[in-house]
Write a protein of this length. Structure first.
Ligand code: ADA
Length: 560
């Protein structure tokens, strides 16, 4: 199964898993209910009988294999227990991050793989809570079973930087040794014309070995937004002069920095004209098929947008691959939306948040399109405890990748009281003038700037990470009434022009690209149980505002 838009292994072999699994919902005592079959990946809400099912379910499959294998799960929504022949071998929480489990010395023969999935808001769940988006259920992203040698490449991370008028990169590879003995091997990493070799390395038994070096790339071409040049990074691991494992990724040479109030891409000021996007598509839920992802990219490009914010969680890696190919900047966000202090004091909040950050960065660090790591959308950045959480999470990010700016989208209600603006490289606020209140947009911006200038965020780039207005597709009227397509058009015109014509602002990421399903708990503020602030509806039918935003985005330059 393709988990990327390119072949990521040639040497490492995959054990085919056909995509139809046996499926049962489970009752409160975890007894199997009626059987059916389920497509993987997909969310179970795509099945007409389960379109509102919240709870537990069991996926099972018989597979013939043996030896050492690695089960890679790109996303299970949202709590997973994995069993091999009835024995639990892994547990994972969070719908939006990848995890894997190594199964060692399995006798050759037929085995039963079972995955218990839960999408309920159970008491262990701190991040998946009733929210302004839907927590779907199921194996919603690709899943693969790989045959492994005892020595294998876990990761190869690539951080480019510009120094002395040429491109350099720090390359760090992690090699795992599953055997009971120490082994020696050689790792070669090839990018373009350059090859890096870690010859005759010692890999101790049952540990991960980190190999790291800086390399100069005198002939490398830059990755730019106009010409997003990607290079294959091919890592090969040899043992006894035989290549036994490989890992292929794609990288780009580019640097993102901030200087004063500007965001710089390869040293040039860039103005952000972006959209927020939920992974959600009518009938397919959060298991968005490739064709639909591709269409989203086409619609977003034609809008003239140069940025997507993955509100409010890490995205399917195939979507990030598409952004890399198209030179679309990505603000990738760890999972959390609108949590209050009590929710942030949940016993699992810290661990689940840090796990999410670790998994997001570990797997997505090489994507050249990612220009910001974001966290904790509209959580309590205005209390001492909230500040402790933000600080801890930013420290974690910086310890894993200090090459990208960090930010978080603060709440409009925290203008005047936010305590975390010293912790970010880019100050970002979500504001809703002309929607939740009727302040003229220039006044709302002036109010925001007065506060930021008097805070620890003074002198940093200032971004509007959300602004928008709701409209129900097809609801047209001659009156300027909320929920009509005409009102959305009117509000976005004032909102976007005010921001993009203001030299103090680094840009805007409008809310939102497409309508999305919300949790039933939100019915009283969300007609059709959807967040209707999309420029297109859940089927990607364009509202009037799609064309308005297109005209506005095309009228303002991307860079200076
Ligand atoms: C917030 C939040 C979004 C969405 C939006 C809205 O800013 O970050 O997830 O809920 O408001 O539509 O009100």
């Amino acid at each position: 199964m393709n988990t990327r838009l390119f072949q990521d292994h040639v040497v490492r072999k995959e054990i085919q898993l056909d995509p139809i699994w046996d499926f049962h919902t489970l009752n409160a005592d975890e007894e199997k209910q009626e059987a059916c079959q389920m497509l993987v990946p997909s969310c179970w809400e795509s099945n007409p009988n389960l379109s509102s099912y919240k709870g537990k379910a069991l996926y099972s499959k018989k597979i013939t294999f043996g030896g050492n294998v690695r089960l890679v799960c790109k996303g299970i929504s949202h709590t997973a227990h994995i069993y091999l022949d009835q024995e639990e071998v892994a547990y994972h929480y969070n719908a939006y991050t990848e995890f894997s489990v190594n199964l060692q010395d399995i006798p050759y023969g037929e085995h039963t793989l079972e995955i218990k999935v839960d999408n309920s808001f159970h008491e262990e769940s701190a991040l998946h809570v009733s929210n302004d988006y839907y927590s779907y259920g199921g194996i919603t992203r690709p899943i693969v079973l790989e045959a492994l040698d005892e020595l294998f490449i876990k990761h190869v991370h690539f951080i480019p930087y510009w120094k002395d008028d040429q491109w350099h990169a720090t390359i760090s590879a992690t090699v795992s040794n599953l055997s009971k003995e120490q082994k020696e091997g050689t790792l070669n990493v090839k990018i373009g014309d350059e090859q890096l070799s870690f010859v005759d390395q010692v890999f101790r038994s049952n540990v991960d070995t980190l190999l790291e070096r800086d390399v100069v790339f005198p002939r490398a071409l830059s990755y730019t937004l106009e010409d997003p040049k990607l290079y294959a990074m091919v890592a090969e691991l040899s043992y006894n002069d035989q290549v036994i494992d490989d890992k292929i990724d794609r990288v780009g040479f580019r640097e993102i920095t901030v200087s004063g109030k500007d965001i710089l891409f390869n040293g040039e000021k860039v103005v952000i004209k972006g959209v927020n996007r939920h992974e959600d598509y009518a009938e397919f839920g959060n298991a968005v098929p490739m064709e639909a992802m591709y269409r989203d990219i086409e619609l977003i490009k034609s809008l003239g947008a140069n940025c997507i914010r993955t509100s409010h969680y890490p995205n399917d890696e195939r979507f990030l691959d598409l952004c890399d190919e198209n030179g679309i900047l990505v603000w990738e966000e760890a999972h959390a939306r609108g949590l209050n202090e009590e929710q942030m004091r949940h016993k699992n909040f810290e661990r689940q948040s840090l796990d999410c950050i670790h998994e997001m960065i570990e797997h997505h660090i090489n994507h050249p399109s990612i220009y910001v790591w974001g966290i904790l959308n509209e959580c309590v950045s205005n209390t001492e405890f909230g500040r402790y959480c933000y600080k801890k999470q930013f420290e974690c990010i910086k310890s894993l990748d200090s090459s990208r700016p960090v930010s978080f989208a603060s709440l409009e209600g925290h203008i005047g009281s936010d305590l975390c603006l010293d912790l970010v490289d880019i100050v970002s606020f979500n504001i809703y003038p002309r929607w939740y209140h009727d302040t003229p947009v220039t006044e709302a911006l002036a109010h925001l700037k007065r506060f930021v200038d008097s805070s620890d965020g003074a002198g940093k780039p200032l971004l509007i990470s959300e602004i928008g207005a709701g409209a129900i597709y097809g609801n047209r009227s001659n009156h300027q009434e909320k929920w009509t397509e005409e009102y959305q058009q009117y509000a976005l015109t004032e909102q976007l022009n005010a921001i993009l014509s203001d030299a103090d602002m680094s840009g805007v990421i409008m809310w939102q690209y497409a309508d999305c399903r919300v949790d039933p708990g939100w019915f009283h503020v969300r007609p059709k149980s959807q967040n209707n602030k999309g420029l297109v509806d859940t089927y990607r039918r364009e509202k009037l505002a799609y064309h308005t935003v297109k005209d506005i985005f095309h009228a303002y330059p991307d860079s200076f």
